[in-house]
Write a protein of this length. Structure first.
Length: 202
């Protein structure tokens, strides 16, 4: 866990990252995944191949464009960049129960919202969109980057943002089957491995 005092700097390399894998196998496995979950979409994602601290509360992230399908089918050496939020309201934290068809951590609770960062999108804008789409809430102030960590279970790098929100909570039933506000002493179970890492930030 890298605690941040300022937003990380993302250095996006021009060259597209194509992993050294059997592309026919990837296509076959991707088609199977899409049959199981028609909501899957093969857009561009940000692949991370290097992270370094700056020594003054920041971090530099080395990245390149690649396709989401390489991450979805697994075992392709892809480490996407994600953005996660810790929403606080009245001393309670927002948690969501991931849907049964999610590619990772299905039926587990996590701090909401969360999303994958696209190459041409700033991570803070990703989390801004996710909070509105997944929860119906609106930010009261700009997101504050507070940490950066690696999730070894699904090989993602995650930027954590502290979020102050307002509005009425709404669950669309896609990303999350349920949403709720929880006290730090009564967080829901089971929590996903990345959510367990994020508890140290509370």
């Amino acid at each position: 866990m890298i605690r941040l005092r300022k937003p990380p700097v993302i250095q996006l390399h021009e060259e597209y990252f194509l992993p050294d894998v059997d592309l026919k196998r990837v296509d076959q496995e991707w088609d199977l995944l899409c049959e199981q979950n028609p909501d899957f979409f093969d857009g561009e994602i940000t692949h991370i191949f290097g992270v370094s601290r700056t020594g003054c509360g920041g971090a530099i992230i080395q990245a390149a464009r690649t396709s989401y399908r390489f991450h979805a089918v697994k075992n392709c050496g892809i480490s996407p960049l994600g953005a996660k939020g810790q929403c606080v309201q009245g001393g309670k934290y927002l948690c969501g129960l991931r849907g049964s068809k999610m590619g990772a951590y299905a039926q587990m609770w996590e701090f909401a919202p969360a999303g994958i960062v696209e190459p041409d999108q700033l991570p803070e804008n990703t989390i801004r969109c996710e909070i509105e789409e997944e929860t119906g809430l609106v930010l009261q102030s700009p997101p504050i980057a507070i940490a950066l960590f690696f999730d070894p279970c699904i090989s993602t790098w995650e930027i954590v943002y502290q979020l102050k929100v307002t509005g009425e909570l709404k669950c669309d039933g896609k990303e999350y089957e349920s949403l709720g506000w929880f006290d730090i002493k009564s967080l829901p179970k089971p929590m996903s491995p990345p959510a367990m890492q994020m508890r140290s930030l509370l």
